[in-house]
Write a protein that binds this ligand. Structure first.
Ligand code: HXC
Length: 517
C-alpha cells in the first residue's frame, strides 16, 4: 500500500467511526424511542449535502480525574455549518450517546469556535441541546467552558439570531445557554430542563417531584415562560426552526426577508367588522382579526402557551415581515399582567435588534389589578413595555381597535412612545380609565340617588364613551393619525408599513440605557 493510500484509509476509517460514534446499540435504542441522533439532527436541519463539520477530530485532554482511558468522539458535541433555504447557518448538536452530552473544556471550545465564525460571518446559530450539564470529572475546566459559551451567547445577542432546541435532558449549566439565546424550542417527550434536578430538590427541600413535573416542555411553555415553542418531536422542532428563520434576517445588518408584492391589494375586507361584538363590554377574540390581517392567515405565534392575555408572533402583511403584538381580551380581559409585560418586552427587543417592524393591535382595559400583581412588581415589569416600545427604533404602527385605557394605552405603543402611525376604529375608547370605573368615580352620588342606579350607571357609561373616550377627541388633539373603518385595516397597514420601512432614527449616544429588569 502506498503512503498516500494509507493516509486515505486512516482518514476514511476515522470518518466512518465518527459517523457511528456512540455505537450501533445506542443508535438503535434512540431510534426505537423515536429520537434522532445528534448527527441525524444536523443532517435533517440542513439542505442535503451542505453540512460541513468543524472539529470532528477534537478529543478531551485526558488529564482529568478518571478520564485517561475514556475516548469521547468529538468530545460529545458535533459542530458545523450548512445551508437552510439557501442561507448559511451555524449549528451544534450535543451527543447524548457520548458521556450524556456533558460539557468539558474541549466541547466548549468547539462551540465557541463555531460561534466566533457565526458572528464574523453574520450567520444565525442553531443549537440542539441534549446534555447532562457540566462534566463532573473536568471540574473547574467544565465551569470555565460554560462561562465561555455564555459569554459568546451574550456577544452574539442582537448580532445574529440564536435558536436553541431542547431535545433531551438539559441539566445545570445546559439550561442557561438556551436561556441566553433568542428562542427556545423544546420537544414534548424526552426533554427536560432544570437547574437543579429532582434528587437535589428532594435533598434540600424534602419535596419529591418527577422530572416531568419539574421541567417538561409543557411546564416551561406554560408556567416558567422559558420555552417559546413546543415541538412534537425532533423533526417538528426542525420544521419550527425553518419557519422561524423564514421571518428573520441572517444578522442585524440585514433587513428581514420582506417579499412585497408590487401590486398592493387595496381591496376592502367587509368581514372585519363582523368580528367586533356590538356590545362594548363583550370580549372580542383577537385571533380571527390577526388571521384576516396577515398574508394567507400565516402567523408564527411565539410563547403561545404563556401569558395568553397578549399574543406576539411573526407574520407578513402584503409581503412585509412584521412582529405583531395584540391584546387578547378573551384571557384576563386582555389586561397587562407581569408575564404579559415580560413576554412582550422581550419580543419587542428581539424585533428591534433585527430590524423587524412592529404592528400593535390594542384592546386593553389596563394593567392587571390585584395585590399579588402589585406585590410581585407589576410596576417594575410593566415598565418594561414602556421602556422597550420607547427605545425601539424600528417602524412602529399601532391600531386601537376598542379599549385603550390609562397607562396601558401608552404601554401598547401610543404615539408618545414613538409610534409612526396610530389608527383607531370608530368604536375605539381612549381614556384615563374604562367607562364603568370612571362614571362610578365621577357620578357616584347621581348613580346612588337615581331611581334605577344600574340603568343610570349604564346611561352615564354610554355618555362617557361618546363624550370622553371617542377616538375623534384623540384625533382632534393630534394623537391619532386617522380613524379608519375596520374594512380598511389591512390595506391601511400594508400601505403605511411600506412607507415607513426606510425609517431612520437617531438617539442620543450612550453606552446603554438602564432598562427596568
Ligand atoms: C459526567 C455524567 C454526567 C455529568 C451523566 N453522566 N451526567 N458524567 N458529568 N454531569 C454520565 C453517567 O455517569 C453515565 O455514564 C452516562 O453519562 C449516562 O448517564 P445516565 O445517568 O445513565 O443517563 P440517564 O439515566 O438518561 O440520565 C441522564 C441525566 C442524569 C438526567 C442527565 O445522568 C443526570 O441527572 N446527570 C446529572 C445532571 C446534573 O446534575 N448536571 C449538573 C452538573 S452541574 P456511564 O459511564 O455509566 O454511561 C452544572 C453546573 C454548571 O452543570 C454551572 C454553570 C452555570
Amino acid at each position: 500500500m502506498t503512503l498516500s493510500a494509507k493516509h486515505l484509509e486512516e482518514l476514511r476509517e476515522r470518518r466512518a467511526k465518527l459517523l457511528v460514534a456512540g455505537g450501533e446499540d445506542k443508535i438503535q435504542q434512540r431510534h426505537a424511542k423515536g429520537l434522532l441522533t445528534a448527527r441525524e439532527r444536523l443532517i435533517a436541519l440542513f439542505q442535503p449535502d451542505t453540512f460541513q463539520e468543524i472539529g470532528g477530530h477534537v478529543r478531551h485532554s485526558g488529564q482529568h480525574f478518571g478520564m485517561a482511558d475514556k475516548d469521547l468522539p468529538g468530545d460529545a458535541v458535533i459542530c458545523g455549518t450548512g445551508y437552510i433555504d439557501g442561507c448559511p447557518v451555524a449549528a451544534l448538536s450535543q451527543d447524548f450517546m457520548i458521556a450524556a452530552g456533558t460539557l468539558g473544556k474541549m466541547h466548549a471550545q468547539k462551540i465557541v469556535q463555531m460561534m466566533q465564525l457565526a458572528v464574523k460571518t453574520g450567520m444565525p446559530v442553531v443549537a440542539f441541546k441534549d446534555s447532562g450539564g457540566a462534566r463532573i470529572q473536568e471540574g473547574v475546566d467544565a465551569l470555565s467552558g460554560y462561562g465561555e459559551v455564555f459569554y459568546h451567547n451574550v456577544l452574539l445577542s442582537g448580532v445574529v439570531p440564536q435558536i436553541a432546541i431542547i431535545a433531551g435532558p438539559c441539566a445545570g449549566g445546559a439550561a442557561y445557554s438556551p436561556a441566553l439565546m433568542d428562542f427556545v424550542i423544546m420537544t414534548k417527550t424526552n426533554a427536560y430542563m432544570f437547574v437543579t434536578g429532582p434528587e437535589v430538590i428532594k435533598a434540600v427541600t424534602g419535596r419529591s417531584i418527577s422530572m416531568e413535573e419539574l421541567g417538561s416542555a409543557a411546564v416551561h411553555a406554560a408556567l416558567s415562560g422559558s420555552v417559546h415553542f413546543v415541538a412534537d418531536d425532533d423533526r417538528h422542532a426542525i420544521q419550527i426552526v425553518h419557519t422561524l428563520l423564514g421571518y428573520l434576517p441572517a444578522n442585524n445588518t440585514e433587513d428581514p426577508p420582506h417579499r412585497p408584492n408590487p401590486d398592493i391589494s387595496l381591496s376592502r375586507d367587509e368581514s372585519m367588522a363582523t368580528l367586533i361584538p356590538d356590545d362594548p363590554v363583550e370580549p372580542m377574540d383577537v385571533r380571527p382579526i390577526i388571521q384576516r390581517l396577515v398574508d394567507q392567515g400565516q402567523f408564527l405565534e411565539v410563547h403561545a402557551s404563556w401569558a395568553g392575555n397578549i399574543i406576539v408572533g411573526f407574520a407578513r402583511i402584503e409581503g412585509v415581515v412584521v412582529g405583531l403584538i395584540a391584546n387578547q381580551p378573551m384571557v384576563m380581559a386582555g389586561a397587562l399582567s407581569i408575564d404579559a409585560s415580560d413576554k412582550t418586552a422581550r419580543f419587542i427587543r428581539f424585533c428591534n435588534a433585527f430590524n423587524i417592524p412592529l404592528v400593535t393591535l390594542v384592546d386593553v382595559p389596563g394593567f392587571m389589578p390585584g395585590v399579588k400583581e402589585e406585590h410581585s412588581g407589576v410596576i417594575r415589569h410593566g415598565a418594561k413595555m414602556l421602556y422597550t416600545y420607547a427605545s425601539a427604533t424600528v417602524p412602529k404602527i399601532t391600531l386601537i381597535m376598542r379599549r385603550a385605557y390609562g397607562g396601558a394605552y401608552l404601554a401598547m405603543c401610543a404615539q408618545e412612545m414613538g409610534a409612526d402611525a396610530v389608527y383607531a376604529w370608530p368604536g375605539a375608547e381612549i381614556a384615563v380609565m374604562g367607562a364603568d370605573g370612571a362614571v362610578n368615580i365621577l357620578y357616584r352620588r347621581e348613580i346612588k340617588e337615581a331611581a334605577d342606579p344600574k340603568a343610570k350607571a349604564a346611561e352615564l357609561a354610554a355618555l362617557y364613551r361618546q363624550e370622553f373616550a371617542s377616538p375623534y377627541l384623540s384625533a382632534a388633539r393630534g394623537y391619532i393619525t386617522d380613524v379608519i373603518e375596520p374594512a380598511e385595516t389591512r390595506f391601511t397597514l400594508a400601505l403605511v408599513l411600506r412607507k415607513v420601512l426606510t425609517k431612520r432614527e437617531l438617539r442620543p449616544a450612550k453606552k446603554h440605557g438602564d432598562m427596568p429588569l
